[in-house]
Design a protein around this ligand. Structure first.
Ligand code: KMH
Ligand code: ZN
Length: 307
């Protein structure tokens, strides 16, 4: 049996509280769903924070401090703190938690781009909170900023403490940007490439694109990288299944899709993890443990974080 790293992105900053009551908002909910996702088979937990009272995305390390230690005490999973925050958040704000907690991994978005989450607002007429509708609608004028200088700064500031990265690549050009930082010696093998499909502003969820991304990454990086796939919305499960068929690792979680199947909301992150574990088993794969994933990705270890 071959091992597949399952990442679970537990809450994110794309979906809003009105969209699903399963979306974890408070520190207690984020901790509880993260622990359940880990127990279901997720080796990596990709984490964002939200203001508990409103569900608004937040970069405040004091909010992260209310759930990270709880997760760490209960499960051995690799903690991966976002540096993407929310598309509207300034870069300095996005980095505060990763700098404070020096996790084994953090996300690193590999290019400035449009990031349109406004179509989701069309279907909703009654909102739980006043911030949700303008937050989504104004994404038609956001610039999700990740300049070369930002990326270099994050690689240096966090790399110094031994943090490694989930390199978020939303298009072919982002792979070339990653190759550039490899040439500069700021990224060192083995590194982890998260190929992202179906974000409005990035590459679309088509099998041809997946093959194109994979072939391009192979040409640029040879065998010095591990790859994983996530797809937004309804493409999530079919697309990560395709990736697993091709030998890739997978990311699921309510950050990427609120659904468990067409027309049915997931009841939790763990439900999505359980489903992909079942699909992987049918293919003869088993979930990598956190220890397996640490070895595959060359991570510093769960005892060398400031959580
Ligand atoms: N929301 C995903 C499409 C981050 O946190 O840095 C990408 C993401 C960004 O997870
Ligand atoms: Zn994220």
């Amino acid at each position: 049996m071959s091992k597949v790293i399952i990442s679970c992105a537990v809450t994110g900053a794309i979906h809003t509280p009105t969209m699903s009551k399963a979306l974890p908002i408070t520190p207690e909910e984020i901790a509880e769903q993260s622990i359940a996702a880990a127990e279901a088979g997720a080796a990596i937990l990709h984490l964002h924070a939200r203001i508990p009272e409103t569900g608004e995305p937040s970069g405040d390390p004091d909010i992260f401090a209310r759930f990270l230690p709880v997760i760490r005490q209960r499960v051995d999973s690799i903690i991966n703190i976002t540096t993407g925050g929310a598309p509207s958040m300034p870069v300095a704000e996005r980095l505060r938690a990763a700098i404070r907690f020096s996790p084994e991994m953090c996300s690193l978005n590999m290019g400035t781009m449009n990031f349109g989450i406004f179509p989701a607002a069309r279907r909703i007429t009654e909102w739980k909170h006043g911030w949700e509708e303008p937050y989504l609608l104004n994404s038609d004028d956001f610039i999700f900023r990740n300049t070369f200088r930002d990326i270099a700064y994050i690689l240096e500031a966090l790399g110094e403490g031994g943090t490694k990265f989930e390199h978020e690549c939303y298009d072919i050009g982002h792979l070339y940007t990653l190759a550039h930082f490899l040439d500069r010696g700021l990224v060192k093998p083995p590194f982890f490439v998260q190929m992202i499909f179906g974000v409005l502003g990035g590459i679309g969820p088509d099998l041809d694109n997946l093959l194109f991304m994979k072939r391009t990454a192979d040409r640029l990086f040879g065998d010095s990288y591990q790859w994983s796939v996530l797809a937004a919305g309804r493409h999530q499960m079919p697309f990560v299944t395709q990736a697993a068929l091709l030998g890739g690792n997978v990311r699921v979680g309510l950050e990427d899709s609120l659904f468990i199947e067409r027309g049915r909301l997931a009841v939790s992150n763990a439900e999505q993890v359980t489903k992909i574990v079942r699909i992987l088993a049918e293919m003869g794969h088993e979930p990598a443990s956190a220890a397996d994933a640490r070895a595959m990705l060359g991570l510093k270890g769960g005892d060398r974080v400031a959580i």
